[in-house]
Design a protein around this ligand. Structure first.
Ligand code: SAM
Length: 312
């Protein structure tokens, strides 16, 4: 009798603090974005008419302390470590949080907790959102004096951690050639660098407050897992990771505390990928700083060294 093939995807409706359905050392790759600390009330979104959750991450109301949030993340990613194959990877999309005038360095504190849990830090990738961000520079433009510099926040981090163990290319499950990815212009101009330029999902296209674009799991799954591998998302949301994983011949496993998001993911996992045919790359332009400086109110003595330096 032949063994029953494993389902392409399985979703579970409970907290990922404990994932008894997943065997130890079985997951090749996790691609996920944890709930934002204090910023989005997922329960409210799932129960209302879908309008009130389009809130800026800036205006979250406190309901759990920052340390409690980090403790919860550490518990969940300790469990993710258990289920991950030795040598396997975990990619976490996570940003800083602004709340009540304070800027919280969540990705940096989170990295410390991951290392405490037993993960090795492997890589930081900056997701440049290109068309979206938290606009703050208006303050600086109105008050161009030292101490008023608040740059717009255009980025989140894609932090890659690795479970200690053998290199994954030593066990390609017989799928090495099938898993080869193309080195195209997008790769050499963008993916090859650790700043990725990817526009966010346009508002109101997916019924979830914060899906990441398919392009993120699409790049990560092809570079950190082989065809046939199991890919986990412990915070399933709208199912972006699972949808891409299944389309790329991997098996998806996902957890969410809200049944609505399991139902949404179940519907979406069967849909065709929506990788945008037009992708973004950064082009650099030289601007004439000299002209600007000569009309500035600064004394020529203070600008001269700057100009000399740039001429070297
Ligand atoms: C930032 S969203 C994930 C979005 C997802 N990456 C996507 O592209 O759609 C976080 C999700 O985690 C879920 N969640 C929150 N706490 C959880 C927990 N303890 N266990 C599992 N899921 C949880 C929320 O319901 C929410 O859907």
């Amino acid at each position: 009798m032949t063994a029953k093939p494993k389902a392409t995807h399985r979703f579970y409706n409970h907290s990922s603090e404990s994932m008894p359905e997943i065997k130890s050392d079985s997951i090749a790759l996790t691609v996920t974005s944890p709930p934002y600390w204090n910023a989005i009330d997922y329960d409210r979104h799932a129960n209302d008419n879908g309008e009130s959750w389009y809130r800026s991450r800036e205006y979250g109301e406190g309901f759990v302390g920052y340390d409690e949030y980090l403790d919860l993340m550490q518990r969940i990613f300790t469990e993710v470590l258990r289920v991950t194959k030795p040598g396997g990877f975990c990619a976490v999309v996570i940003g800083t949080v602004l709340m009540k005038g304070k800027h919280y360095p969540v990705p940096f504190d989170f990295t410390g907790r991951m290392q405490e849990a037993g993960w090795d830090f492997h890589q930081d990738i900056i997701w440049h959102k290109t068309t979206a961000g938290v606009k703050r520079a208006g303050v600086t433009i109105q008050k161009p004096y030292p101490g008023y510099y608040y740059p717009n926040i255009m980025t989140e981090y894609i932090l890659i951690f690795r479970k200690p163990g053998p290199a994954i290319y030593k066990d390609a499950n017989g799928h090495k050639e099938e898993s080869r990815f193309e080195i195209d212009r997008l790769f050499t101009m963008d993916t090859a660098n650790n700043i990725w330029h990817i526009a966010p999902v346009p508002p109101r296209t997916i019924d979830h407050p914060c899906p990441f674009p398919e392009e993120i799991p699409y790049r990560l799954i092809r570079m950190y897992s082989y065809v046939g591998d199991e890919v986990l998302d412990p915070f399933l949301g709208s199912g972006q990771t699972s949808k891409v994983a299944v389309a790329l011949g991997r098996k998806a496993r996902g957890f969410d505390t809200l049944q609505e998001y399991l139902d949404l993911s179940e519907r979406r996992v069967k849909e065709a990928l929506k990788i945008r045919p037009k992708q973004l790359i950064a082009r650099f332009e030289k601007i004439d700083l000299g002209a600007d400086l000569s009309t500035s109110h600064r004394s020529p003595a203070s600008i001269q060294p700057l100009l000399d330096l740039s001429a070297d």
